[in-house]
Structure formats: structure tokens, C-alpha cells
Design a protein around this ligand. Structure first.
Ligand SMILES: [Fe+2]
Length: 312
């Protein structure tokens, strides 16, 4: 039999808990959508990948800004990266998320455009973001085609802005640079997440005479990582995963949104695990406007200081 006294007591507790729960919920939403999403981190790693005796080379890796014109804090933070004065900038795509964002993105890069740079696209440079069921994100590891209502973004303007600055377009292309006397062989692919990658266009042994060989891609699909590694690329750079974006403390990344294992969803690792190449996956600078939240996964850019490897 129900006890009226207990019912009354429960009602009082419920009345107390409801505002407390609402306040805690609002605080949690505020933290993931405002505080952590704008709590930018500069990661730093040393990577022993250069020939013995080489001077260090500082590579700034940026990715996944998903920029919209309203993201003033993100734009301001990207502008501060110019103070690092890197030797090379690598942009692994998903730069924009709005038709009017190309100028904002290029303005934010500012003095970085005066440095040597290379880029590949992510799907979000071509197609505007669309609302999606969040559960698809949690389950998804495969290809996501653009939807029927996808807005086409001005990726040509984005490309032209970076090309005019002298950056190399590595979408299914090879390139080469000489920086500080170091010859660098580069190859990249367009975004495999929307089946735009054509590794066959860049396949073949990376220049063995180069001092450094860099493979660049948006989505770190294992088959691409394997191909770049088999062709002799020393350093592989990718974005796309957002580091999982919404992570669990201690457990870490829940999903990578591609075929990569979640243990390597962000940061510096070897590829394969005991293999010859180094893999850096950026957790990215931004988020889709339709998923504007981060937890236990701060937005980031990374300064990789390449150093000489041990003599063999
Ligand atoms: Fe992205």
C-alpha cells in the first residue's frame, strides 16, 4: 500500500532536486559548448625523423577549424599561432563550415600564410554541415556521403587563397619543398571519408634522396596510412577524428569516425604500432556547428619539432 507521508516526502525531494538538476545540466551544457570548446591548447611534440646532423624543423599542424564567421575567439586564437613562426604549416582540412567563412579563415591565418605551407581538403570544405542524429556519429566508422540538401561551400576560393600564398595543394598530388637546406618530399590525398582519395595518383616510392618524406591526408584511414608507410613516408599527418570530441575521462576517445583505432584518435604514435613511420592525428581546432561541444578533448593545434633520428 502506498504511504501518503512517503509520497509527500518524495514530492518535496523532487521539487528540490528538479532545480538542482536543471542548474547542473545548464552548467554542464555551458562547459562543453562554451568553456572547453574555446579552451584552445597548443600541443608540442618532438619527432626524431630527420637525418642525423640536421637542424630541427618546426612544423605547425592545424586541422578541422570548421570556421563560421561568428567564431571570433577561434579566429583570434588562430591568429596567435603566427607568433610561433614555424618553418612549415600543414593544414589537414575541414577549414570552413559556412559559405562566408573563407575570408575569415584566410584572415585568421594571417602571417602563417607567409610561411611555407601545404593543404588537403576535408569533406566539410566542400559541403556545408547538416544536422544529423548524434547516434549516427557514435556508431559511424564508414563513408558519409553528402546529403541531398548539402550546401556547396566555396572550396575553390579557399584553394585560391592558399595557393596565392604559395602553399602547395596536396589533394591527390605530390609536391616538394626545400626548407633550411632540407629537401622534403610530400604527397597527399583528398578526403577518403567521401571517397575523393586517389592514392594511385601519388603512389610509388617516396624520393629516397629527400631528407624527409611527409604524407598528408584528412581522414587517417588505415589503408592510406599503410600505403604511405609502404612507399617510405616518414611522417604522416591527419585530422578528421576531432580526437573523439566528446571523450570520457580515463577511458578516452569513444569513436574515431573512421577505421583508425581509438587509442590513436589524437596525438603522436608510430604506424604501424611498431613500424617505421610516425603518425600525428590532430584533435582539431573546432566542431561542426551542429555538434558545438567538446568534453575531455580540448581544441588544439600542434607544433611538431622534427629532430635528427638516432644513427642506424
Ligand atoms: Fe572535422
Amino acid at each position: 500500500m502506498a504511504c501518503p507521508g512517503s509520497w509527500h516526502h518524495g514530492t518535496v525531494r523532487l521539487r528540490t532536486l528538479t532545480p538542482v538538476t536543471a542548474v547542473l545540466g545548464a552548467a554542464a551544457v555551458g562547459y562543453v559548448t562554451v568553456i572547453e570548446r574555446n579552451w584552445f591548447a597548443l600541443r608540442r611534440y618532438d619527432v626524431p625523423v630527420l637525418p642525423p646532423g640536421s637542424a630541427p624543423l618546426r612544423v605547425l599542424h592545424i586541422s578541422d577549424a570548421h570556421l563560421t564567421p561568428g567564431r571570433k575567439r577561434l579566429m583570434s586564437w588562430i591568429r596567435t599561432l603566427g607568433d610561433l613562426d614555424p618553418d612549415l604549416v600543414v593544414n589537414t582540412g575541414d577549414c570552413i563550415a559556412h559559405p562566408e567563412a573563407v575570408g575569415c579563415f584566410l584572415d585568421s591565418l594571417g602571417p602563417l600564410l607567409d610561411r611555407p605551407g601545404v593543404f588537403v581538403y576535408g569533406s566539410n570544405d566542400l559541403y556545408g554541415p547538416q544536422p544529423r542524429n548524434p547516434m549516427r556519429y557514435v556508431r559511424r566508422t564508414g563513408i558519409t556521403p553528402p546529403g541531398p540538401k548539402s550546401v556547396h561551400l566555396p572550396w575553390e576560393k579557399l584553394r585560391d587563397g592558399m595557393l596565392e600564398a604559395g602553399w602547395l595543394d596536396l589533394n591527390n598530388r605530390r609536391g616538394q619543398l626545400t626548407i633550411g637546406g632540407l629537401g622534403i618530399a610530400l604527397a597527399g590525398v583528398h578526403d577518403s571519408h567521401i571517397s575523393r582519395d586517389r592514392y594511385q595518383d601519388v603512389a610509388g616510392r617516396a624520393d629516397p634522396a629527400a631528407g624527409l618524406r611527409i604524407g598528408v591526408m584528412h581522414s587517417p584511414e588505415p589503408r592510406l596510412l599503410d600505403q604511405f608507410t609502404a612507399d617510405g613516408y616518414d611522417l604522416l599527418l591527419a585530422g578528421h577524428t576531432h580526437g573523439g570530441q566528446l571523450c570520457l575521462p580515463v577511458y578516452g576517445t569513444l569513436v574515431t569516425n573512421c577505421g583508425l583505432d581509438r587509442e590513436r584518435a589524437r596525438g603522436l604514435h608510430r604506424h604501424p604500432a611498431d613500424g617505421p613511420a610516425w603518425l600525428h592525428v590532430s584533435a582539431g581546432l573546432g566542431t561542426s556547428p551542429w555538434a558545438p561541444a567538446r568534453f575531455a578533448c580540448r581544441p588544439e593545434a600542434t607544433l611538431l619539432t622534427l629532430t635528427p633520428r638516432e644513427p642506424r
